[in-house]
Design a protein around this ligand. Structure first.
Ligand SMILES: [Zn+2]
Length: 217
């Protein structure tokens, strides 16, 4: 099982690790800061042993024991057992952290106002977060008030905590005030770090709504 340092410290942007498997251009590490696409959050970008990582994929048939396999740009010049330096794009991680936390907070503000709706998709990229859900009304004229309420909440500086499940080490929980949901993403420690957000609505078909969340800076 790959030890996930991005959970213990989602602010780390460099670490050393040991290569535990090499298969052509693919490698696995004993520990990592490099997030692999999961729960709608896109993978980090960066290098392992100075080689650009092309993709990061979760491996394993049990949800609570997960390895991460990295596809490299070229066959590595390091061997199994060697220490390598893992580096990730700091700016990208910072934006992913802020947007992922913002997406959760948006969700709770939304359901408190409009009731629980079925989520049919979500994605967190460096540029924006989006949440798709089944909803019969247009949110256009409600967005401004929602955005204002969320921004006031963010500014107040609420603590965000992520921690492992007591039974399954690779299952994580996200907490903020009274809200709690399972999530293995990388998050900020305080809502203040998110800054201001902007909400946009997209029409993606009858009975469906897409809300996009952008960072204010
Ligand atoms: Zn999440």
């Amino acid at each position: 099982m790959t030890k996930k340092l991005f959970w213990e410290d989602p602010y780390l942007t460099e670490c050393s690790a040991k290569a535990i498997e090499i298969n052509g251009k693919k490698t696995k590490l004993n520990q990592t800061i490099f997030y692999a696409f999961s729960g709608g959050q896109q993978s980090d970008k960066g290098t392992i042993g100075g080689i650009t990582v092309i993709n990061a994929v979760k491996k394993g048939d049990r949800e609570d024991i997960i390895d991460i396999e990295y596809g490299l740009e070229k066959e590595p010049d390091f061997d199994v057992g060697d220490e390598v330096i893992v580096k990730i794009d700091k700016q990208r991680r910072s934006r992913l952290r802020r947007l992922h936390s913002a997406a959760h907070i948006f969700y709770y503000f939304f359901i408190e106002k409009f009731g629980k709706q079925k989520i049919i998709g979500s994605n967190i990229s460096e540029k924006k977060a989006r949440v798709d859900f089944l909803f019969d009304h247009s949110l256009t004229d409600k967005l401004f008030a929602l955005e204002k309420d969320i921004n006031n909440f963010l500014k107040e500086g609420h603590e965000i905590i992520t921690k492992p499940d007591s039974k399954k080490p690779d299952l994580r929980w996200w907490h903020c005030e009274n809200w709690k949901m399972p999530c293995g993403g990388t998050h900020v420690k305080n809502t203040k770090e998110i800054g201001k957000i902007k909400l946009k609505r997209k029409n993606i078909g009858k009975g469906k709504e897409r809300i996009e969340i952008y960072l204010g800076d």
